[in-house]
Design a protein around this ligand. Structure first.
Ligand code: LLP
Length: 430
């Protein structure tokens, strides 16, 4: 499957609109989303639950892209979302997203954030540690409120992925350890609290996972733990949340199972485990972020300067870089890119596609095969929808790009480009 489409004029199109046109209308760097692709991926996940006849919920991990417009699409698709900070929560609420369909994650939620979440009627808090259980109790008392929770556990599995984004191994800052009795202790505290309603359990084993083995091992451990909890504490979970992490295709070298196919296999495995126990499967929740918005996102840049290095690859520089996509510099993440016009023209050369930031490490793509270019050409980096804009910064005091959603042949700006005035607005004179 190609990572991009072209029209009859040999122009790269995003939701049927030529990328060059979008670049011209909105300027670059520009982050564009094909909304239909977002919707189709949510539906594909949901369809797996239906096919397997298992009750399930897709809870979009909004850290991958947290802007008002995405929460509105997620709501239109009747999916849930998770937030990991007061800021993401405020964005979801400002978007009109129903708070009862939100889960609140995080390994150091503040009293203020918990209070804000409870006051807004958060659907559930995914409790990470003992300090949080204590804070939550205090906040619930002050508000005379009740809350649903899941208990986040660390199942001791390390998904085979980049080391920075592993979270499920035993040595992790997230969640209660299941081997040392921490998770049991957390459950006992929560069950004893009249203001807390424990709905189930959560784990997340990592990100950009292509195979099903890690998820299967994870669910096996969680199901075993739940079965123990049923015997020991007479606790029956309504929800088993296996987290996110479904991998996506970034370059033509990747040929992964589709995210929904991974889910389908994992659901079969979960069903099998419960059949062995002769018990019925609880509601299965997943928290995909990358799989939902990643492939739908395109970064548009304008090519500017070029430096030829005798005997070596030239540097071709665009008008953005690590400020709008930190992933190459931070994780050595690899992307594919194409010219917006005539992407398949011959006369190829191999270049370093560099960013404009004052760091040697600001290289967006290290060895990119491209037809000859000239300053002013539009280039499109593919599958940049997850953790690009959401991790964007103002490094070197560059404004963050605008974000445009495209659907049914129409483009709509959903985040304005920052201005110099925006950059300076919080600065005070000395
Ligand atoms: N649920 C939990 C508890 C998570 O920690 C994460 C991601 C997700 C769900 C969503 O994972 P996804 O389906 O998007 O893989 N900045 C990194 C990724 C960090 C992911 C952190 N947690 C990157 O750019 O690759």
């Amino acid at each position: 499957m190609s990572l991009y489409s072209t029209n009859g004029d040999n122009q790269v199109v995003i939701g049927n609109l030529p990328a060059t046109q979008l670049a011209k209308n909105y300027g670059t760097p520009l982050q564009v989303y094909d909304v239909d692709s977002i919707r189709q991926q949510i539906r594909a996940f949901k369809n797996e639950f239906t096919k397997k006849n298992i009750s399930g919920t897709v809870s979009y991990a909004s850290k991958a892209l947290s802007i008002k417009a995405i929460y509105q699409i997620i709501e239109e698709e009747n999916a849930h979302a998770d937030v990991v900070s007061g800021g993401e929560l405020a964005t979801a609420i400002a978007a009109g997203f129903p708070a009862h369909n939100l889960s609140f994650h995080g390994n150091n939620k503040s009293r203020f954030e918990l209070d804000y979440a409870i006051k807004n009627g958060i659907g559930m808090v995914i409790v990470d540690n003992f300090h949080e259980l204590d804070l939550l109790d205090q906040v619930l008392k002050v508000n005379n409120a009740h809350v649903n929770i899941l208990i986040r556990v660390t199942p001791g599995i390390s998904a085979h992925t980049h080391e920075y984004i592993q979270t499920g191994q035993a040595d992790s800052k997230f969640g209660f350890d299941i081997h040392s009795g921490q998770a049991d202790h957390a459950l006992q505290i929560a069950l004893a609290n009249k203001r807390i309603n424990v709905l189930g359990i959560h784990a997340h084993i990592g990100s950009q996972i292509f195979d099903t083995q890690g998820f299967e091992l994870e669910s096996q451990k969680l199901i075993h733990l739940l079965s123990n909890w049923e015997e020991k504490y007479d606790f029956t979970a309504q929800i088993l949340n296996i987290g996110g992490g479904f991998g996506i295709k970034y370059t033509n070298g990747d040929d992964p199972l589709k995210p929904e196919a991974i889910l389908g296999d994992v659901l079969d495995h979960i069903q099998h485990e419960y059949d062995l126990l002769q018990k019925s499967v609880p509601s299965i929740w997943i928290e995909p972020g990358r799989a939902i918005v990643g492939p739908a996102g395109y970064s548009l840049y304008t090519i500017g300067s070029r430096k030829d290095v005798p005997g070596l690859q030239p540097y071709l520089t665009v008008d953005g870089g690590m400020g709008d996509n930190l992933r190459p510099a931070l994780y050595q993440a690899e992307y594919a890119a194409v010219l917006a016009e005539n992407p398949n023209a011959s006369n190829y050369e191999t270049v370093h596609l560099a960013g404009k930031y004052c760091e040697s490490g600001d290289i967006l793509i290290d060895h990119l095969k491209l037809p000859q270019t000239k300053p002013g050409d539009t280039i499109v980096i593919l599958a940049t929808g997850a953790y690009g804009y959401s991790m964007a910064s103002n490094y070197n005091r560059n404004p963050r790009p605008a974000v445009v959603f495209v659907e049914n042949g129409e483009a709509k700006m959903v985040v304005k480009r920052e201005t110099f005035a925006d950059l300076i607005q919080n600065d005070l004179d000395y």
